[in-house]
Design a protein around this ligand. Sequence first.
Ligand code: PLP
Length: 386
Amino acid sequence: MVIEEKAKPAWIEVNLDAVARNTSRVKKLIGDGVRLLAVVKGDAYGLGMVPVAHTVISHGADLLGVTHPDEGVILRNEGIDAPIFIFRPLLPGEEDLVINYQLTSSISSLEQAERLSERARVYGIKVPVHLKVETGLGRTGFLPVAIKEHADRLFSLPGLKWEGIYTHFASAAGDPQFTRQQFRIFQAVVGDLKKRGIQFPLCHVCNSAAALLYPEMRLDMVRIGTLLYGENPPGVKDDLGLEESWSLWSRVIHIQKLEKGMRVGYGRTHRVSKDTTMAVIPVGYRDGFGVDVTPHPAGLIDLTKVIAKIILDFLGFPVGKLYVDINGTPAPVLGRVGMELTCIDVGKIPGIELGTPVRLMARRTVIRESIPKRYCMQETAGNSDA
Ligand SMILES: *Cc1c(COP(=O)(O)O)cnc(C)c1O
């Protein structure tokens, strides 16, 4: 890829052609009968919400999914007229935003439904909504008993148009038994409501992992993020040929000889074991580099793994070690990542100069949103063959 002439300390390259082709691949997987809701929350998982939204829409996504109504407002102001789906419950007072920007809301409580319906009546319209069912993630939505209890009131509210019903899986990639159980609970709720004469045009439960693993659960629509950006859910394989779409770059700003025995960085945690050359790059934990989300251990086995990793790391074994990539060669990070500077060992890599580009391995969604992005797009919009 072309590197900008003007030196930037760090930048992100986003390959929109890859996103476009991944979208087409997912479309092909799910077929014509299933709608595609492209999830662009979290700044499109770090790629940039607006450019990604245009790309996925022009390559066949039917709806966009975001967490907050404000994200929907930004998308509307960018001229996007596809339906925009808001995942989280609305705060009191956000109803007018939803109405004025024609957003589609998730309904997770009776109070929320009543507030929205009331405002819709003032405007003399009906707002499209989806009923969120809590089947085991333990987060938002109606428990099946609450739906039974409130059904009469919910489905007679005059300001709401019930366009869909959905749930979200707790462990689609990791726990088939629990996923099937959630699906059964969901199907039972849909079945009960159907018996009462209440039907929904769009029933949906699948995220990326479930859409890959359980074709029978795709129903009317799937909600896909991860796959569009070229990744697989952890531990799930596919034969879609997805392409990576994102990379984080920095460049060498300082080169220094290190002698055996010297210490590197805050806390003096790294001891240099033989003479080498070090390079410094202007990226640190403030940019999200070296930051990872460590889940709470799920059980004793998990806990043992976490402890083993910490001990091995302390003893100097290369577990969970951070690497960067220079011309295709891995270079280890030395010592702690600083706030805005990181040291790397380039002793084994020839030809390092000031300005040499360095590719960083990082978790997209924790990388600072304001790092400048360079978009690469060769295909013309609307061309959807993959
Ligand atoms: C984030 C999200 C998704 C997308 O999940 P992926 O695994 O990235 O495909 C789907 N549905 C809801 C409700 C989400 O919050």
